[in-house]
Design a protein around this ligand. Structure first.
Ligand SMILES: O=C([O-])CC(=O)C(=O)O
Ligand SMILES: [Mg+2]
Length: 542
């Protein structure tokens, strides 16, 4: 636990702790300290330096760090999280100061439980784990990927109100296939090719059993930025045995579905009246497609019909049955169509005339001007989501999308874009990032003691998020609530989750709270300083 409060320690606290004189005489409030932080923050000339500055603050004075994140969320999120965290991971060898989180390597096989016992906190309620194989849309960053669990968990606290000591970032180091890192003298991980097959699976299995042995069956384990092939396998393998979910599949699905639900209020269409085209058929696309299909089914559409509205394009072209180029396996099969092969996204869009176009394959520029213009020709209000992260991987920029559609598109992206001015009107692109979902879902799960994270949770969270979008937001082109409300979004998602899980007998925290929202709010961590002076201080004189 980090208790350093610096110049905010009162005189009594300084005396009691024997630290008087170890700091200057002035006694500052947390608000005054925040002025210093913000001044330093603005002085930095680039975002990576701002990231390094904030990480040092987190290390030095955790409560002040979270106060800053809570009060300046919109400004801080792109630094401690996407997109800057991506750059920080790419340059982790240089940004690295003091290790944060737990590093478990394949060489430690057989000792993972003992190593978890080295972690100083005992009451861990949430783990975010990665093996660094697919960090955002940046690919294999090996151990440098640790920035992601650290960043995600700082949002657990800042946005979801989870107590920092209850959060544990974990990096599973099984090597890397990134040549650049293998030749990088500053690389912090194992310099060996990735371990695969049975040995890798056994290692992950040992990690899961050790985590639960140490922290209990209720410990929430969020899988993050694993390679496609492993992400789906582990989700299937562990979802019924552990309290676990995959953020890139389920969290992203939820936030994208919420954006679609809100967009329907603008386009005036029913969900099942849409034609969806996905650029990509990886974790995010499959997750979104499955959740949208589930939402259609809940509205009475058959599974077959729901899937017929959803088309996918991967690196080998449109996903059709018996594709000459092959590669239709796993969940892609569910969305494969009886249709002639089409190689290019541009041709797919021309032929299918989608109402909703979603990109999540980290192919920058995949939404060409021609595609965007056609979306504008086919639809009064085309829905265009460029979800790949970080910004450099986005399928198009917000400006390109608004320009090509004369401002008519409903646009959202995974990484933030600034508002766009076009013909005298200001357009607010949405940030369709799972950060709207995972902190609230985690808060609800931890507070209610949920043991299994069902898909329905993500569908209902999507609806709760979409419900928070006001008519005024929609008029501005927003399909998500403004980021400065994101903490409240988490409370609403967690409250909805609490109502559902108690009704369905999935909660294990008893007695059942009568007022779910109050119950959720009572769990929220506040970064105010603690008082270290016992009530009896100063001691009575006689
Ligand atoms: O981290 C983010 O910004 C969203 C996410 O999970 C990813 O892109 O992998
Ligand atoms: Mg991710």
């Amino acid at each position: 636990m980090n208790i350093f409060q610096g110049t905010a320690f009162t005189l009594e606290e300084r005396q009691i702790m024997g630290i008087q004189g170890l700091m200057p005489a002035a006694i500052l409030t947390q608000e005054e300290q925040m002025v210093r932080v913000m001044t330093n923050f603005y002085k930095r000339s680039n975002d990576l330096d701002r990231y390094i500055y904030l990480m040092a603050l987190q290390e030095r004075n955790e409560r002040l760090f979270y106060r800053v994140l809570c009060e300046h969320t919109e400004e801080m999120m792109p630094i401690v999280y996407t997109p800057t965290v991506g750059q920080a991971c790419q340059e982790y060898g240089v940004t690295f100061r003091k290790p944060r989180g737990l590093f478990l390597s394949i060489n430690d096989k057989g000792h993972l439980f003992e190593m978890m016992c080295n972690w100083p906190e005992q009451d861990v309620k949430a783990i975010v784990v990665t093996d660094g194989e697919r960090i955002l849309g940046l690919g294999d960053l090996g151990s440098y990927g640790m920035g992601i669990p650290v960043g995600k968990l700082s949002l657990y606290t800042a946005l979801g109100g989870i107590v920092p000591e209850q959060c544990l970032p974990i990096l599973l180091d099984v090597g890397t296939n990134n040549e650049k890192l293998l030749n990088d003298p500053l690389y912090i991980g194992l310099k060996r090719p990735r371990v695969k097959g049975q040995e890798y699976d056994d290692f992950v299995e040992e990690f899961m059993t050790s985590a639960v042995r140490k922290y209990g069956q209720n410990c929430l384990i969020q899988f993050e930025d694993f390679g496609n092939h492993n992400a789906f396998r582990f989700l299937e393998k562990y979802r019924d045995r552990y309290c676990t979910f995959n953020d890139d599949i389920q969290g992203t699905a939820s936030v994208a579905a919420a954006g679609v639900f809100a967009a329907l209020r603008i386009t005036g269409k029913k969900l099942s009246d849409n034609v969806f085209v996905f650029q990509g058929a990886g974790e995010a696309s499959i997750g979104i497609a499955q959740l949208i299909a589930l939402a259609m089914e809940e509205e009475g559409t058959s599974t077959e019909e729901a899937r017929s509205k959803i088309w996918m394009v991967d690196s080998r072209g449109l996903i059709v049955k018996n594709r000459p180029k092959g590669g239709v396996s796993g969940h892609k099969v569910d969305f494969a169509k009886d249709h002639e092969p089409v190689d290019k996204l541009e041709d797919v869009v021309s032929k299918l005339k989608p109402t909703v176009l979603i990109g999540a394959a980290a192919v920058p520029g995949a939404f060409t001007t021609k595609i965007l213009k056609e979306m504008g020709e086919f639809n009064k209000r085309p829905v265009i989501f460029a979800l790949s992260n970080p910004t450099s991987m986005s399928e198009c920029t917000a400006e390109q999308a608004y320009q090509a559609t004369e401002g008519r598109c409903v646009f959202a992206s995974g990484s933030p874009f600034s508002p766009v001015q076009l013909n005298g009107k200001l357009y607010h692109p949405g940030q369709g990032n799972n950060a709207y979902i995972f902190p609230g879902v985690a808060l609800g799960i931890i507070a209610c003691g949920v043991r299994h994270v069902e898909d329905k949770i993500f569908l209902h969270s999507a609806k709760a998020l979409a419900d928070m979008v006001t008519q005024e937001n929609l008029d501005e082109g927003r399909v998500y609530p403004p980021l400065n409300l994101i903490r409240e979004v988490s409370v609403q998602i967690a409250t909805k989750l609490a109502e559902d899980v108690y009704r369905e007998g999935l909660a294990t925290t008893y007695p059942e709270p009568a007022n779910k929202e109050e119950f959720i709010r009572s769990h929220i961590y506040e970064p105010d300083y603690e008082c270290f002076v016992p009530e009896t201080w100063p001691w009575p004189q006689n």
